[in-house]
Design a protein around this ligand. Structure first.
Ligand code: ADP
Ligand code: MG
Length: 606
C-alpha cells in the first residue's frame, strides 16, 4: 500500500514555509521583498486553483481570473456596505466565486478543447462589461476605492503577506486533498478519455462542475484580499485577461497536473515579471518578455519544470537497472485458484419482462443521411452468450454505442431489465449493470494497470468523491480480478507497456470491477495473439458461468460460433438473420453477405 500512495515529500515545503513565515520578522526593512513575495503567493494561489480544472481534468480555462475579479468585487461591495475591511471577507469571496462557477461551469463545460478556451475568455470579458455597466453596484468604470485598514500605518503590508501565505497553504492543501481523492482520479480519467470515463460510471458532468467550482475558490478568497491590497477595484484591473495569461503561464512553467508545479511556476512568473518591469520600466516590454517566456516554455518544457526535473531524476536512478521486458503473450494461469465469485455479476432485479436482459426496438441511427443502424430489433436473453457478426461497416459498433448511451439513437428504444433506458446517461447505464469494452482499447494511458482498475465508479455520491483513491475494498478486489485474468504481475505497469491483447484483457478486467450484469464486447479477439484468444474464450465462459450475460461482436467466426447460444447477423444496418450457431453456419444468406459466395465457414466441431 505505502508504495502506491505517493506521499508528498513534506520536508522541503515545511522548511520553506517556516522560512517564509520568519523572514519578514527576522530581516530588517523587507518592504520591497514583501511586495514581491505577495505577488508570488497570489500567482501560486491562482495557478494552483486553475490546475484543479485545467491541469487535472484538462479543460484549459483562459479566463480564470474572472473569479479573482468576483472575489475583489464581493469584498469591496460588501465591505463598503457593512463597514468591514474586505480582506476579512475572503471566505465570502470564495463562496461567491464557487457559486458563480457552478452556474457558469454547468454551461461552459458542455463545450470542449478550443471552444471551451474561447468561451472562458468570453466569460471574463462579459464580466468586465457587466462591472463597467452595473454602475449602482460597482461604481462603473471608475470602480470602488477601498480604504486602507487602520493598522496600515504601523504594519505596512505585513498582514497582507501573512493572509496571502495562509490562503496559499490552504490552496495547496485543497489541491493535495483533491489529487489523492476519487474525485482527482476521476478528473485525470476525464483528461485521458472523457467518453471512456463515462462508460465506467464516472459522472463526468458532476465531476467537471465540482472541479471547476473548487478551482474558483482560491481565486475568490485571494480576490477579496487583493482588492484591499490594491486599494481600488475597477473593471479593467479586476477582470484582466493578462492576469489569466500570467497564471496559465505559471502553471505551464511549473508543471500542470502536479501539486507543486503551479506553486513553483507562480513564484517564477511573479519574480520574472518584477525583473522585467524593473529592467524595462514599461508594460509593453514586460508583456513582450513574458510572451517570449511562454513560447520558449511550450517549445522546450511542454510538461513544465517539475515533471521534466523528476523525469531526469528518475532516469538517473534507473540507470543500470535492468529494463523489465514484458512478454507480449505473458498471462499467468492462475484463474483456477480464484473463486469465481470475484467476477460474479451483481444480483438481478427481474422486472417481469420475460427473460430479456437487454433489448433494442426499431433502433435507427443516422449519420448525415446514412443509416448506420437501420431499424434493428434485437433481444439478448439473460444468462446467454449472444453473438453479433457482420461485415465491416455494417453498424455493429454504432449499435453498441446506442445501447450504452454513447450515441442517442435517431429513433427506437433501448431496454435494460425491461426498463426503458433510451434517455439515460452513459454512466447511469454503467451503474445499472451495463458494461462494455471498446474495439480499440481505451485504457487511461497516464495511469498504471491498478489505477485503471480502481477508476470505475458504481454510483455518484459526495462521499465517494471525497474518499481516498485507494481507501475502499477496490484495491483488494482489483488484485483479485487481475489474478483471475492472470495479469497480477502487471499491476504497477503503465498500460502503454502492455501488448494489444494484454490491454484488451486489462480493459475487460476494468469493466468487471463494477460487476456488470451484461457485458458488451466489441471485437475482443481482433489483432491479438492466439494464446490470448484461448485465454479470452476461457474467461468469457467463466464469466458466463458466474452469471454474466455477454453480447459479443467478433470477426473470428469459429470463436463466435463456438461460444454463443444465439448469433445475430447484421448487414447494412439491418438484422439479416438470427439463430443458433448451427442455423447460422448453414444459412446461405449469411455466407453470401458475410464472406461472398466462394467462401465456406470453417467451424470446429463444437
Ligand atoms: P462496424 O462496427 O459494424 O464495423 P460501425 O458501426 O463502426 O460498423 O459503422 C457503421 C457505419 O456508420 C459506417 O458506415 C461508418 O462509417 C458510420 N459511422 C460510424 N460512426 C460514425 C460517426 N461517429 N460519424 C459518422 N459516421 C459514422
Ligand atoms: Mg466496429
Amino acid at each position: 500500500m505505502t508504495s502506491m500512495i505517493r506521499r508528498p515529500q513534506l520536508f522541503v515545503p515545511v522548511i520553506l514555509l517556516v522560512i517564509l513565515l520568519v523572514y519578514p520578522l527576522a530581516a530588517s526593512d523587507t518592504k520591497y521583498q514583501q511586495s514581491v513575495l505577495i505577488l508570488c503567493f497570489l500567482f501560486a494561489i491562482m495557478a494552483s486553483g486553475w490546475n484543479l480544472i485545467s491541469g487535472l481534468a484538462g479543460y484549459v480555462s483562459l479566463g480564470h481570473s474572472v473569479y479573482l475579479g468576483i472575489g475583489m468585487y464581493t469584498g469591496a461591495i460588501l465591505g463598503k456596505a457593512w463597514g468591514v475591511d474586505p480582506m476579512y471577507l475572503a471566505p465570502l469571496g470564495a463562496a461567491m466565486a464557487a457559486i458563480v462557477a457552478i452556474g457558469i461551469g454547468a454551461i461552459v463545460l458542455r463545450t470542449r478543447s478550443h471552444a471551451f478556451v474561447i468561451i472562458t475568455i468570453a466569460v471574463l470579458l462579459s464580466f468586465q462589461l457587466l462591472a463597467a455597466n452595473l454602475k449602482q453596484l460597482t461604481g462603473g468604470s471608475e470602480g470602488i476605492i477601498v480604504q486602507a485598514p487602520s493598522w496600515a500605518a504601523e504594519f505596512g503590508n505585513l498582514p497582507y503577506y501573512y493572509i496571502f501565505l495562509a490562503i496559499l497553504v490552504l490552496t495547496v492543501t485543497l489541491s493535495a486533498f483533491v489529487m489523492s481523492s476519487r474525485l482527482g482520479a476521476g478528473l485525470v480519467a476525464i483528461r485521458n478519455d472523457e467518453g471512456k470515463a463515462g462508460s465506467i460510471g464516472i459522472n463526468t458532468t458532476v465531476y467537471k462542475v465540482t472541479a471547476y467550482a473548487l478551482s474558483a475558490i482560491p481565486f475568490g478568497a485571494a480576490g477579496a484580499v487583493y482588492g484591499q491590497y490594491l486599494s481600488f477595484v475597477n473593471p479593467l484591473g479586476a477582470f484582466a485577461i493578462l492576469t489569466s495569461v500570467y497564471l496559465v503561464l505559471a502553471a505551464l512553467i511549473g508543471g500542470r497536473g502536479t501539486l507543486w508545479g503551479p506553486v513553483i511556476g507562480g513564484f517564477v512568473v511573479a519574480i520574472a515579471n518584477e525583473m522585467a518591469t524593473n529592467a524595462s520600466g514599461g508594460i509593453s516590454a514586460r508583456v513582450l518578455i513574458m510572451g517570449i517566456v511562454l513560447i520558449l516554455t511550450v517549445m522546450f518544457l511542454p510538461a513544465g519544470l517539475l515533471p521534466t526535473l523528476s523525469a531526469v531524476a528518475a532516469r538517473r536512478r534507473s540507470r543500470g537497472a535492468a529494463v523489465k521486458f514484458i512478454d507480449q503473450t505473458a498471462i499467468a494461469d492462475s484463474s483456477s485458484e480464484v473463486d469465481t465469485s470475484v467476477i460474479a455479476a451483481r444480483s438481478q432485479h427481474r422486472s417481469g419482462s420475460g427473460d430479456a436482459i437487454l433489448e433494442v426496438r426499431d433502433l435507427v441511427k443516422t449519420f448525415g443521411g446514412v443509416n448506420a443502424v437501420d431499424g434493428v430489433s434485437l433481444t439478448v436473453q439473460r444468462g446467454s452468450i449472444t453473438g453479433l457478426i457482420g461485415p465491416n461497416g455494417s453498424g455493429k459498433t454504432t449499435l453498441f454505442n446506442c445501447m450504452t448511451g454513447t450515441f442517442s439513437p435517431t429513433s427506437g428504444r433501448v431496454l435494460l431489465d425491461g426498463r426503458d433506458i433510451t434517455g439515460e446517461k452513459v454512466w447511469t447505464r454503467a451503474h445499472d449493470g451495463l458494461g462494455r469494452t471498446f474495439q480499440i482499447t481505451r485504457l487511461f494511458k497516464s495511469m498504471t494497470v491498478l489505477d485503471n482498475l480502481v477508476a470505475p465508479l458504481d454510483r455518484t455520491s459526495a462521499g465517494q468523491m471525497v474518499a481516498g483513491r485507494y481507501s475502499g475494498e477496490e484495491v483488494e478486489r482489483a488484485r483479485e480480478v487481475l489474478t483471475f485474468m492472470g495479469l497480477q504481475e502487471f499491476e504497477k505497469q503503465n498500460t502503454a507497456a502492455l501488448s494489444f491483447g494484454q490491454q484488451k484483457l486489462v480493459e475487460l478486467a476494468q469493466v468487471l470491477m463494477l460487476r456488470p450484469s451484461i457485458i458488451l464486447l466489441d471485437e475482443p479477439a481482433s489483432g491479438i495473439n492466439p494464446t490470448l484468444i484461448d485465454k479470452l474464450a476461457a474467461v468469457i465462459r467463466k464469466l458466463n458461468e458466474a452469471g454474466t450475460t455477454v453480447l459479443i461482436v467478433e470477426h473470428n467466426i469459429p470463436l463466435v460460433l463456438g461460444l454463443c447460444d444465439t448469433v445475430n447477423v447484421l448487414a447494412g444496418g439491418q438484422i439479416l438473420v438470427s439463430g443458433t450457431p448451427q442455423e447460422i453456419r448453414n444459412d446461405p444468406r449469411v455466407i453470401e453477405a458475410y464472406l461472398g459466395p466462394d467462401h465456406m465457414l470453417e467451424v470446429p466441431n463444437a
